[in-house]
Structure formats: structure tokens, C-alpha cells
Design a protein around this ligand. Sequence first.
Ligand code: ACO
Length: 324
Amino acid sequence: MTIRAVVRGVGHYLPERVVENAEFEATLDTSDAWIRSRSGIERRHLAAEGETTSQLAIKAAEAALADAGLTPEDIDAVIVGTSTPDFTFPSVATMVQAGLNMRNGFAFDVQAVCAGFVFALANANGMILSGQAKRVMVIGAETFSRIMDWTDRGTCVLFGDGAGALILEAQDGTGSTEDRGILATDLNSDGRYRELLYVDGGVSTNGQSGHLRMQGNQVFKHAVQKLAETAHHALEKVGLSGGDVDWIVPHQANLRIISATAERMQVPMERVVVTVQDHGNTSAASIPLALSVGKQRGQIKPGDLLVTEAIGGGLAWGAVVLRW
Ligand code: ACO
């Protein structure tokens, strides 16, 4: 008998305010046509004044609990992937725990920027396989609008706010790749690339939250190569390849990165869940948002083989293979 971390429920929350590309034309030297053609983004949701990452995360968590038919007491652990916490501490995860009125279990944040959800998912899988938890809520939640430089057209048009949550549950499997649940994970980072994507502020440097700085075209090149590679490695660990994949659920940063990665994996775009047009880049929230929307659209069905892959600041990147 093999223990598997199986998806029991999924949910998401997006802030009410929707900002269309055209709105940026009033304040920046940019256009809807440029943003669409270079990134695939058409609109994004932005958090209201005073609306925080933990508030988005709590709403996504509630939606995932409803989808799973579970109550907060059924959850042993909450892991939140985020780089835009409400406070330096406590963690967003403990704020979610309090917001759900949970008195049990443990909670902590994982910080791997846009790869945060993949890193959190791999962590949750490890905890379930080692018997430390039976049910883990894994959340990606971000308010990147708070760290945008709204005068930098190269970054501020690309990002959005949102949250998605997945509940993983320990179930018995057979050990084959026909099992439902997480089948393989692959995590990577290389701190030498810090200057390509970073925030120019922080607790122990200048005491400010800072603004996101990115060399977009450099990140782009690393993204296409490293995402295809990590997805391939994760699949290879369990003897699978692109041809076995029903859905790639990629980090939603740029449609051109998504399609170039799919091409390298020899997976047609009909088998890729794409939400970047409506959400923009929501960093660690983008994959759970895409999983939830993909399920709602009727794309992702029980038994489907999924690969999620993401890259973010660090650089940090990775992939998870799971059967839904
Ligand atoms: N409107 C109009 N023109 C613009 C805009 C804009 N919003 N932004 C940049 N430009 C201009 C640039 O100034 C440049 O002009 P120049 O040639 O006169 O210097 C030109 O467009 C081309 O710029 P590039 O950066 O080379 O354009 P590129 O085709 O690479 O697209 C983009 C830019 C969309 C940022 C792309 O590089 C990208 O998506 N990169 C990856 C981003 C990413 O995936 N980040 C990963 C994770 S994020 C995280 O971890 C937090």
C-alpha cells in the first residue's frame, strides 16, 4: 500500500475590481494591443483598499472547504504560498487559521514567489507521505498590486491579485501512476539570478516593502527553458512523458511563455488550462486559480493527469505531476 496526497477540494477568490488593459492608456505610454500581443493579458483583478492577502486566502479556503464538503476542524495543516503577506509576521497561514476559526493543526507560509504554490504543494505532499498530516490546505494568495511601481509600464500591466486553495487528503494508493494524487515533484532554485526579478525593499535592508523590478526579456528566456525542463524531469521520475498529460496547468505569467513551454513538452494548446487573459500574473495564486477555474469550466475531470509548473523570483522553479 502506498499513501497518496489526493485532491479533495479546490476553490478560489478574486477581488471584485476588474481593470481592463485600456485603463492603463490614460496614465502610461502603453496600449491594449501591446499588452495583449506581448503577454496575452486582457484584464486583471485588483484588491480594494484595505483588502489584504489573508482576506483573499480565507475566501478561497472557504470555497475549497465547501467544494470538499469538509469543515475547518477536518484540516490538519494550512500552508500558504505568498510573497505579499499582510504583515512581516505573523504568517498569512496563521491568519487564515484564525479566520476559519480553526483551533487545531499548524500553519506556515512558503516564499518562492511565483513558484510558491508548487513549493507549498511539494511540502504538503511530504507531510502527508511522512504521516505528519492527513489533510492539508494548500493556498496561493497574493496582492502584487501593493508592490507595483505604477509608473513602470514593463511590470505594472502584467500583475493581478487573487487567491486559490486546494485541499489534499491522505488516501491509499497502489503505487502505480494510475493512482489519484501527487505522483512526482521537482523543485529547483538558483540564487545567482536574483537581479533578474526582485523587490527593492525589505525588513533588513531598508525597512520598506519596496517595488517589483524585473528584466522581463531575461526572465522570459529562463522561463521557457526551465519550465519545460522541470516538467520533463517530474514526469520522467515516474516514467511518464508529455504524451501522457491530459492538462498542463502552468503558472499564468505570459501566454507566449505558456505556449512555448507546451510546444517544448509536445503538448497541444487544447490541453493547457489558460486563465492569464482574465487574471494577469497573480504569482503564487495563479496555479490554484487555474485549477479551480479549469474544474469549473469542465476541463479538469477526476482521473486526468495534470502537470503544474512555475518559475519566479530567486530564481525558483518546479513542477508537480498529479492525477486529479
Ligand atoms: N507597453 C508598451 N511598450 C512596452 C511595455 C508596455 N506595457 N512594456 C515594455 N515595453 C517596451 C519596452 O520598453 C521595449 O521598448 P524598447 O525596445 O524601445 O526598449 C519593448 O517594449 C520590448 O520590451 P521587452 O521587454 O523586450 O518585451 P518582451 O517581448 O520581452 O515582453 C514581457 C515583455 C511581457 C515583460 C515579457 O518579457 C515577459 O513576460 N517576461 C516574463 C515575465 C515573467 O514571466 N515573470 C515570471 C514570474 S514573475 C514573479 O516571479 C514575480
